[in-house]
Design a binder for this molecule. Structure first.
Ligand SMILES: Nc1ncnc2c1ncn2[C@@H]1O[C@H](COP(=O)(O)OP(=O)(O)O)[C@@H](O)[C@H]1O
Ligand SMILES: [Mg+2]
Length: 260
């Protein structure tokens, strides 16, 4: 996607190159009498500018892993370093603060507020920061421009297609200029052409330097990433670079256009 505004995504490098460093992480969930061992010794490094797709059967630990990367939950043992900071021992409050500054989330359901414009939806995460009022809107406009929605800022979710709504969700995830974008099944509710359009946005953001980790069930979607990891039974069973990865913008030229 070519956007008119070539605003830079946050690429400040503070630790050399590992944005994410996970060391022998285990995660247990206590469920009454039983104990579920959801992550069983995961070690991995993700460098700045990478674009990783995570695949694996249901129950293999993908969401548990993403929740840890996103500082929504902590490992039971092992370490997680985010930009060189060991966040595995942080309490809830400290995690929330780090999350706000460094992580952008995109989910399968777009989770937009219905009676709120694209611009206001995008501004929302800035309300939990110290960003000055004039700056909030400027950042939101910048983020919407990055995802190609500069002309839809005053639209409500009901006036936009699923793909456009997901792009607003991506803009909202970017507005605090995170170091990483995490997406759990971002194309799960979208038809195949629209899925490729979202991957075009992701490739474009990644080309501008943003580090992206996404979970997907679809092999075709995973191929747009630079690296694919496969989880099985709480472990990474496969971790490979994608060879000959397609450019989403080129693939779109070969797909029929649906009417708006
Ligand atoms: N909050 C939870 N409490 C108890 N067990 C959980 C919880 N979340 C996930 N699990 C269990 O941990 C394992 C991994 O789940 P999950 O990370 O959601 O897998 P995936 O995202 O790959 O489907 C599964 O056995 C699941 O039932
Ligand atoms: Mg899951």
């Amino acid at each position: 996607m070519q956007t008119a505004d070539q605003t830079e995504v946050n690429t400040t490098d503070v630790t050399g190159n590992a944005v994410i460093r996970v060391e022998d992480v285990h995660k247990y969930y206590e469920l009454g009498e039983t104990r579920v061992h959801a992550l069983r010794g995961v070690s991995v490094e993700i460098r700045r500018g990478e674009f990783v797709a995570i695949m694996g059967a249901s129950g293999s630990g993908k969401s548990t892993f993403m929740n840890m990367l996103g500082c929504l939950d902590r490992p039971s043992s092992g370490r997680y370093l985010l930009e060189g900071i060991d966040v595995s021992k942080h309490d809830k409050r400290a995690l929330a603060q780090i999350r706000n500054q460094k992580i952008g989330f995109v989910f399968q359901g777009f989770n937009l507020l219905a009676r709120t414009t694209a611009l206001e939806n995008t501004e929302l995460p800035t309300l939990y920061t110290k960003i000055a009022n004039e700056e909030r809107q400027r950042r939101a406009v910048e983020a919407l421009t990055l995802v190609g929605l500069a002309s839809r800022m005053e639209h409500f979710p009901s006036q936009m297609s699923g793909g456009q709504q997901q792009r607003v969700a991506v803009a909202r995830a970017l507005v605090n200029r995170p170091s990483i974008l995490l997406a759990d099944e971002p194309t799960g509710n979208l038809d195949s052409r629209t899925s490729v359009e979202i991957m075009e946005v992701f490739q474009d953001l990644n080309d501008k330097g943003l580090t992206i980790v996404l979970v997907t069930h679809e092999h075709d979607v995973a191929q747009f990433a630079k690296r694919v990891m496969v989880f099985r039974d709480g472990k990474i069973r496969k971790d490979e670079a994608v060879l000959n990865r397609p450019k989403a913008s080129e693939v779109l030229k070969t797909l029929p256009t649906l009417e708006d």
